[in-house]
Every structure is written in C-alpha cells, then in structure tokens.
Design a protein around this ligand. Sequence first.
Ligand SMILES: NC(=O)c1ccc[n+]([C@@H]2O[C@H](COP(=O)([O-])OP(=O)(O)OC[C@H]3O[C@@H](n4cnc5c(N)ncnc54)[C@H](O)[C@@H]3O)[C@@H](O)[C@H]2O)c1
Length: 396
Amino acid sequence: MSATGAARRRLGVGLIGFGWLGQAHSRSLLRIPTHFPEREFDTELVACADVDAARRDRAVREFGYAAAVEDWRRVVEDPAVDVVYIATPNMFHVEQVEAAAQAGKHVFCEKPVGGTPEQTARAERAVRLAGVTSGVGYNYRWAPLVRYAAQLLADGELGTITNYRGRFFSMYGSDPLGPLSWRYLVEEGGHGVTTDLMSHSVDLAHMLVGPIARVIGTTETFIRERPLPSAEATHYGRGSADAPRGTVTNEDYASMLCEFAGGARGTFEASRTLIGPESQMALDAYGTRGALSWNLERLNELQLYRAADDLGTGYTTVFGGDRFPLHGSFAPGSANGIGFEDLVAIEDYEFCRSLALERPHRPGFEEALAWVSVQAALLRSAETGRWEDVVSLRLP
Ligand SMILES: NC(=O)c1ccc[n+]([C@@H]2O[C@H](COP(=O)([O-])OP(=O)(O)OC[C@H]3O[C@@H](n4cnc5c(N)ncnc54)[C@H](O)[C@@H]3O)[C@@H](O)[C@H]2O)c1
C-alpha cells in the first residue's frame, strides 16, 4: 500500500538494450523503493532483450530480470509487460517504439527517439495513434537545480530573457584512437552530435525559454577515421594504432545561432572531439534583471545573479540540497551532492508515477519532436548556409 492507503499499481517492465543506459534504468527501477517509500507503483523486471549473451546473463543473474532474450520482439509481445524501456542504438528505436505502441505498451525511449528527425516524427505518431504514454530520456530536466532555474525564469525573477547559451562539450571522441562505435555511424547512430548531444541542450532551452523560431548553423567532422572496435568496445574505450580503420559517417561538431519565438537570441554548440571540457552540458540564461548558469560538471551548483536595483551584485553560488524537491530523497541537508544516475532514478520515478496516476507525461515524444524540428532546420541550414525557419515535423 502507498502512503495514501491506495493499492500500488503493478508495472511490468520490459527493457531492450542492456548497455550503459539500459543498466542505469534497471538499477534505478530497482532502487526506487528505497528512495520513494510513498510511491504509487511497484515495478517488476519481467524481461530484457540484448543481442549480447554476456549482458543477457548479467540481466538475469545480477539485476533479477525474470527472463532475458535475444529477440526484442519477445519483450514487446510478453503479456506481463506493461511498459517497454528502449535503450538501444538510435537507429533501432523507431521500429521498437512502433511495435511496442501497436502492442498497447507504454514506451520510455532513450533520447533522441530515433536517429533522424523523420524517425522521431514516426515514433511520435505511433504513440499518439495508439494512445499510450511516452517518456524520453532527457534526464537533465530532472536535476533539482535545473528545475529551480525553470521556476525562477517562469516567475520572472530574472526579468525578460534576452540571451541564452546552450552547449554540450564532451571528450568521448577526442582521442583519435577512440573506437568506431555505433555513435560514429549514420546507419546505427543516425546523425552525430546533433542527435547525441545537442538534443539535450535544445530540450533544456525549450523547457527554460520556450520554442525556437529560426536558426543558422554549421556542422563538421574533425576525426574522419577511427580504429574498428573490438566486441566489448564502448565509445569511452581506446582502440589500437595498428587496428584496421573505418570511416566516421556523421558529424563531430555542430553549432547554431537562433532566434527564440519569444524574441530572445541564443547560441548552441555541441562537440565530441574537442579537448578541455569533459562533460560540459551547460547553459547560461541572461535576463533584464539577472542571470543564471548551470553545468553538469558541477551538477550540485547553480550560479545566480540577481541584479535587482544594483547591477553590481555579482554571481552567487546556490548549492543543491534538500530544500529543492526530490534532492532530499537521495541526500539530506545542503551541499551533499547527488549524481548522474540519481537524475535517471528521478526520471524513472516520475515516468512510472505518470503511468500509475494515468496523467500525461512530460518530457515525452512531443518534446522529442520539438527538438528534431529544430534539428531539421539546423541540418538544412548547414547545407544552404542560410537562416532556416523551424517547421514542426508532426505527422498527421
Ligand atoms: N540520457 C542520457 O544521458 C544518455 C546517455 C547515454 C546514452 N543515451 C542513449 O541511450 C541509448 C543507448 O546508449 P548506450 O550508451 O547505453 O549504448 P550501449 O552501446 O552502451 O548499449 C546499447 C545496447 O543495445 C544492445 N543492442 C544493440 N542492438 C540491439 C538489438 N537489435 N536488440 C537488442 N539489443 C541490442 C547492445 O548489445 C548494447 O548492450 C542511445 O539512444 C543513447 O543516445 C542516453
């Protein structure tokens, strides 16, 4: 029974793709009861699919899945599965989403929901027509300090937002010996850093500032060949200098200047090959009465500038703590930090709550569609060299 006395809703979980994020979601679902005793649901790890036999074995032995199978269709078809989690390489998403939605299952798909804007649009249509609930892995939305930032902006505490900077600089591809994993291949990853990294940055901007009206941008691939991967290689691994090489087929870098529909101007950059920032998923919002900055590398700190009557107050640091909702479910007091996977646990908790309470869920595939509509304009602009309007890719 939950704290309200109502019976908890049972949610049978099927998961496809037991790699980094598949395991992160599985761990999160397993520990939700320890963080949220008043939850309205209980999850059961029913079935897991992965093409890798060793990972299937771990899923059963160490995570407690009742079954692990090679063919993902068996997970989707399992009558004990109510919700399908998808954490496979991007180009597999859309077929798996469509099958799950047609089978009447709710779907949580890791970002970006497909490897191309067209695939995301198909996925959004599939869940809409099937009437199932969708969730998408924009986990940085759930950082308690990002939610505080959103509240400050919504309440007008920083005045009118005139400028916004979003960036996601990661070094996972900075080593030219980093192996040619699926992320570098258009046929498995889809587009490159626009899909992998900038999707997060623009999604946060949508939440904080609102829709983007038009963009002008550019893309580039700086490291054009990489060693072919060994079977167990990840994108964080290292190949050998004498290994055979293959061609990188999507972009390492993307940037764009944009105009928000509300009038603010913004810039966005994403790179996987620069040297310096290691996981700088960061934002700066500047308003007529103040500013704020947040950076994943310092997830438990928000820089806040409240100008009020005196323009010279300077930035102050606000530490994360249990005064911000949900932080206290992980660590009490202030400045006892939470981490990356805690955001995944919050994300899974909120998604499962939406299913149990039968309420609409955000971010879902509508939010993924909003990003790819911007992405499509950026990719068009990189070809034409001109400003391009953002046009919704929503399918009828
Ligand atoms: N939200 C985030 O912060 C975040 C972070 C990393 C990855 N992701 C997303 O998660 C997804 C997975 O990324 P990852 O880093 O976990 O990748 P990964 O390579 O670690 O894991 C992918 C898994 O899918 C399995 N797989 C491949 N094809 C399959 C198939 N046809 N059927 C079943 N299993 C299959 C692989 O064997 C592997 O275990 C991607 O969409 C990625 O963009 C999101």
